[in-house]
Design a protein around this ligand. Structure first.
Ligand code: MN3
Length: 203
């Protein structure tokens, strides 16, 4: 029997203090070092416990797509994938208005960057409970704002191809902003990684 995969915690794309003051080193320390790591550890536990179930899986994405939505395996696999995508959605060189192809696509789909920003912020701020706000590219080529609950992921829900995400679980902002999710979302816009969105859009 082939050995099942071991999921690794991917390295952060920048130093832990790089997003400060918008997102502190302490937040990243906990969010990446404790939360993201815990999802990886738990998922590896599930894979080790029932290796035969995972012989077809080569990546964490494979595990996420294979596991039944809402199952413990799905929740941990999706949280591993979602967090990896979230770190890439932010950059110390980010913020400001979009440039390149993503700027044109946003204008085409939402009318203007400001209209997109309002819709995305409203989805992120208004999301009830834990979850994620996403910018996705739909099958018809248009961009859309999607929110998912808990560990939900647009690929799993057939809601489009992720381009950017904002984590709206409390653990993403409580250290820096306590219960003020809106302030955290304002800060997320200051580090939004347009280069990543352009890369994903081109793929
Ligand atoms: Mn999180």
């Amino acid at each position: 029997m082939s050995t099942p995969i071991t999921i690794e915690l991917p390295a952060l794309p920048w130093p832990k203090k790089a997003l400060a003051p918008h997102i502190s080193e302490e937040t990243i320390d906990y969010h990446y070092g404790k939360h993201h790591q815990a999802y990886v550890t738990k998922l590896n536990g599930f894979i080790k416990a029932e290796p035969a179930k995972f012989t077809q899986c080569k990546t964490v994405l494979d595990v996420m797509m294979q596991a039944p939505a809402g199952s413990a395996v799905f929740n941990n696999a999706a949280q591993v994938w979602n967090h990896t995508f979230y770190w890439q959605s932010m950059s110390p060189n980010g913020g400001g208005a979009p440039t390149g192809a993503i700027a044109d696509a946003i204008t085409k789909s939402f009318g203007s960057f400001e209209a997109f920003k309002q819709e995305f912020s409203a989805a992120a701020a208004g999301h009830f409970g834990s979850g994620w706000a996403w910018l996705v590219k739909k099958a018809d080529g248009n961009l859309a704002v999607v929110s998912t609950h808990d560990a939900g992921n647009p690929l799993k829900e057939n809601a489009g191809k992720p381009l950017l995400t904002c984590d709206v679980w409390e653990h993403a902002y409580y250290v820096d902003y306590r219960n003020n999710r809106a302030s955290y979302i304002d800060s997320w816009w200051k580090v939004i990684n347009w280069e990543w969105a352009n890369k994903k859009l081109a793929e």
